[in-house]
Design a protein around this ligand. Structure first.
Ligand code: SAH
Ligand code: SF4
Ligand code: F3S
Length: 457
């Protein structure tokens, strides 16, 4: 993106010699929020704001929120409550709520918490500098439209500073799948893919600044269908084009829907060396009646057949997933089927959640079929124990193996460095390595969520 994109909306708020203001952003939810927070901090940088690590030091606090489960949404109000004193101490402090709670609740946020100055939905971040100017002038804003324009085209050029070796890059937003439990299609809107050339330009720019691994992001990333010279490209074509960038060494993507794993993307797992052998492919349940009630539009057997096809081209694929337990109407047998698919698919890791009814979703209408909380809780506990058992076994099987590790940062101990394996395990070593190096490491032991190793080359 170039400076040509500077419009009145994102023009700097203040003259260059104005005192620097301080911005504190707290991010909740998925990786897409992490990416968005980074872009918002950059957009506000153009308006004289620099990022700080604590709300106490800030002139502006921005919460980038998640609405996926009730707990996530309620956290925002308790966090806002904590800022009351800060606002008393500093009446000029501005408070903004961005992200999926902003989109879902809009004005209601200011009604519940009148000290909030700005409510801005995920598609309107390019308007943040303008909304901040209004807030400084004493005017509150609620901006939750889904504008036609691509917000990323209206944000300032990214700064040129050197970067950490791993980065996220959003390629697709929104979701058309409408799983019965999920708020995302409502908070993020319809699926929209960014054009191929914009993504390639952004990737080249990231790589020129030291990035060696890019994770492509989308709420439904493998539904990517971006334009290139009038043709539509799928995710696999995009990955292959990115793989041609020499100094980009690793590519990942998240999160995918099983029904969008097309032939080309499956093939890419076998023929694209830079595409890492790790796949987060949520299935949610192992029970066909529950999958149907969830509107997932695939069966457990179809999911397992898909995994088998991907493993046929990439036998060492490390599989990760998401599960919901206690979906309305889930019986003991349905839950046992979920336990079974965890074993059968061989998840190396997985995230599991107790079903949380979300306002506006079809499943929330099925209150009469709600699974008793204690039952859902017990199921979650059993599922998590099984997943942990499989994760431990997968990690122990790594001991003695040599893995390629991309080093990201220094550890807490003297001389310790931390990186990630091809399979996304954090790996700790002690020795002389540079951040951004990819080195061979022999795994010597495992911790709960990480591996320990020694440098081989
Ligand atoms: N787009 C991704 C992720 C969506 S949200 C996907 O399709 O997989 C991340 C995870 O949160 C989901 O995979 C699901 O397991 C969980 N989740 C979504 N809505 C939920 C709800 N209402 N209650 C509990 N967990 C939920
Ligand atoms: Fe939500 Fe389903 Fe879309 Fe994932 S695919 S974001 S779970 S509606
Ligand atoms: Fe949460 Fe929104 Fe991401 S609801 S999971 S922050 S898309």
């Amino acid at each position: 993106m170039s400076d040509e994109n500077t419009t009145l909306e994102n023009a700097p708020l203040e003259a260059a010699d104005a005192p620097v203001k301080k911005l504190f952003i707290k991010t909740y939810g998925c990786q897409m929020n992490v990416y968005d927070s980074e872009r918002m901090a950059e957009a506000m940088g153009g308006s004289g704001y620099e990022s700080v690590d604590s709300p106490e030091a800030a002139d502006m606090i921005l919460l980038n929120t998640c609405h996926i489960r009730e707990k996530a949404a309620e956290k925002i109000y308790s966090e806002l409550g904590r800022y009351k004193d800060l606002k008393v101490q500093n009446p000029d402090l501005k408070i903004g709520v961005a992200g999926c709670v902003a989109q879902a609740e809009g004005e209601e946020i200011i009604r519940r918490q009148p000290m909030v100055d700005i409510v801005v939905g995920p598609q309107s971040y390019h308007r943040l500098p303008a909304l901040t100017a209004k807030a400084i002038a004493g005017e509150k804003s609620v901006e939750t439209d889904f504008p036609e324009e691509d917000k990323f085209d209206h944000m300032p050029a990214r700064p040129k500073a050197r970067r950490a070796p791993v980065a996220f890059l959003t390629v697709q937003e929104g979701c058309d799948k409408f799983c019965a439990f999920c708020v995302v299609p409502y908070t993020r809107g319809a699926e929209v893919s960014r054009p191929v050339d914009r993504i390639l330009d952004e990737a080249r720019d990231l790589v020129s600044r030291g990035v060696r691994e890019i994770t492509l992001l989308g709420q439904n990333v493998n539904g990517y269908h971006g334009l290139k010279d009038g043709k539509v490209w799928g995710l696999a074509a995009l990955i292959r084009a990115l793989a041609k960038i020499d100094d980009l060494k690793r590519i990942r993507f998240t999160t995918s829907h099983p029904n969008d794993m097309d032939d080309d993307l499956i093939a890419a797992h076998g023929d694209c060396d830079k595409l890492m052998p790790y796949l987060h492919l949520p299935v949610q349940s192992g029970s066909d009646p529950i999958l149907k009630a969830m509107n997932r539009k695939h069966t457990a057997a179809q999911y397992l057949a898909l995994i088998a096809r991907i493993r046929a081209v990439r036998p060492d694929l490390h599989l990760s997933g998401d599960f919901i337990v206690g979906f309305p109407g889930e019986t003991d047998q349905d839950f046992e089927d979920t336990m079974e698919i965890v074993r059968a698919a061989g998840f190396g890791t997985a995230y599991s959640f107790k079903y949380s009814p979300r306002p506006g979703t079809p499943a929330a209408e099925k209150g009469d079929k709600m699974v008793e909380d204690s039952v859902a809780h017990a199921r979650l506990h059993r599922l998590q124990a099984l997943i942990t058992e499989q994760q431990v076994a997968t990690q122990e099987a790594m001991v003695g193996r040599e893995l390629k590790v991309l080093f990201e940062k220094a550890g807490r101990l003297e001389g310790q460095m931390i990186g990630k394996s091809e399979y996304l395990h954090p790996v700790f070593v002690t020795g002389s390595v540079e951040i951004g190096d990819i080195r061979t490491v022999r795994i010597t032991g495992t911790e709960r969520n990480s591996l320990a190793g020694e440098l081989v080359d």
